[in-house]
Design a protein around this ligand. Structure first.
Ligand code: ATP
Ligand code: MG
Length: 416
């Protein structure tokens, strides 16, 4: 049988059995539902906080924070889209700009987006940040508006570049005569305060709203609403719905995680040609998502972290026991030599090991060696096969997987 026949079969199965999804888009992260169950209080409080702009007054700067997937972005967009239509209805001179700081990237581009939303044209590059800011401020003042700026994932901007941009923005009203600016800042990093100048923080959080995690029954309601839009009636089993909510609640009450589980479970069921999404499909989805997360994490490591991981891989393969930092450093040293890259210090390597531990790729624990004191023992938290699969597609690293460290073969000989 030729290859086209295989595909005929795949496509046919898909077309004939794909009766699960009514609308896949509804489960995407950026889909904004018309109802946000369990966020009524936050919607009301944010609504009250921004309402003054309908009467020509500036509203307070507001800071929203809470863990990931707790509905901050959804609530902010929901309230602002309603405010926008009300402002049009009343003819209030209000303008809005939503910026995701992580995706936008730099201060330059944040100000460029703000300027563009006012109809100012800013070249893609070529000006200094100060010049873009001046153009923004002058253009804004001339536009005679109340401008609401939403800076989502604001931590991305601050951790990379400090809080200069926020300092300028929080003080901009002093320099404006005909326009006013209010800022809605959003962050899922609760330690953000530590990164900010206290003056900037207090002016950003004239009002503060905390989004607590959802519990399992709240997640269940959220998923139920969403599933009515995304799946045909009767395609989602009760146990599947409950297990999606329970799994996401056990992690930290993350609605995005719950929606991902539901979407992937639907895809698994679809691939199996099943007319019903079952608990087992959700379990499969969980493994699938977890696997993809680890693969992504592995791919995105820096070269030296990859080499550290490979060193543990070789030690594990050679002896099967846990390795010490010293042993890892020796193998790492050899791999660096083979690749012709310069070594990091053993101290820096210790930091990388800790990072890999936090990411769940390595596990290090301190063990007592009796009167010889204590030492750290490190082992792989993921399978060797996974490392082979992911690093195998990189030419340099695949060579290092096959490479047999001289140090280890010598040790093996000594032991025999
Ligand atoms: N109360 C809710 N009702 C319906 N859907 C919700 C609710 N809360 C969150 N969601 C959905 O869950 C997903 C994650 O929510 P959202 O993007 O608002 O999280 P977030 O708090 O901004 O997270 P992060 O800090 O990671 O940006 C989105 O798809 C959103 O539509
Ligand atoms: Mg968000």
């Amino acid at each position: 049988m030729g290859n086209p026949n295989i595909l005929d079969d795949v496509f046919e199965k898909f077309v004939n059995c794909a009766k699960l999804f009514k609308d896949r888009e509804v489960l995407r992260h950026d889909y904004l539902p018309e109802k946000l169950p369990h966020r009524e209080d936050q919607i009301r409080v944010l609504g009250q906080a921004v309402a003054p702009v309908l009467k020509d007054a500036r509203c307070s700067n507001i800071f929203l924070y809470g863990k990931t997937g707790t509905g901050k972005t959804a609530v902010a967009k929901f309230v602002l889209s309603h405010l926008e239509s009300k402002a049009k209805e009343y003819g209030a001179p209000v303008k809005f700009c939503y910026v995701n700081c992580r995706m936008t990237g730099s201060e330059y581009r944040v100000f460029a987006s703000l300027s563009q939303s006012l109809g100012l044209s800013i070249p893609f590059t070529g000006l200094s940040v100060g010049e873009v800011f001046d153009r923004f401020r002058n253009g804004l003042d001339a536009s005679r508006t109340i401008f609401i700026v939403v800076l989502d994932e604001i931590d991305a901007l601050i951790k990379d570049r400090g809080d200069g941009i926020l300092y300028e923005l929080t003080r901009i009203n002093e320099a404006l005569h005909k326009s006013k600016v209010s800022i809605i800042g959003i962050s899922n990093d609760l330690r953000l305060k530590e990164f900010l100048d206290p003056r900037v923080f207090s002016s950003l959080s004239e009002e503060e709203m905390v989004f607590r995690p959802y519990d399992a029954s709240e997640l269940r309601n959220i998923l139920l609403e969403r599933s009515k839009l995304s799946f045909y009636d009767g395609c989602l089993s009760e146990p599947a719905l409950s297990i999606c909510s329970a799994l996401a609640a056990a992690e930290h009450g993350d609605a995005r995680r719950a929606l991902d589980l539901l979407r992937v479970a639907g895809e698994v069921a679809e691939r199996n040609g099943s007319p019903l999404i079952t608990e087992e499909h959700v379990r499969d989805a969980e493994k699938h998502i977890e696997h993809n997360k680890v693969v992504e994490a592995l791919k995105n490591l820096t070269l030296h972290s990859k080499l550290v991981l490979l060193s543990v891989y070789h030690l594990n393969k050679a002896s099967g026991t846990n390795a010490t930092t010293g042993e890892i450093y020796d193998v790492y040293n050899e791999l660096c030599g083979e690749l012709g890259v310069s070594l990091l210090t053993q101290r820096r390597l210790g930091t990388l090991i800790n990072e890999l531990d936090v990411m769940g790729l390595l596990n290090s624990k301190v063990v007592s060696m009796g009167r010889y004191g204590r030492t750290k023992k490190i082992r792989l938290e993921i399978s060797r096969t996974l490392i082979q699969d992911v690093f195998g597609s990189d030419e340099r690293l695949s060579r290092m997987i096959k490479y047999e460290p001289k140090l280890l073969s010598k040790n093996t000989h000594n032991r025999h």
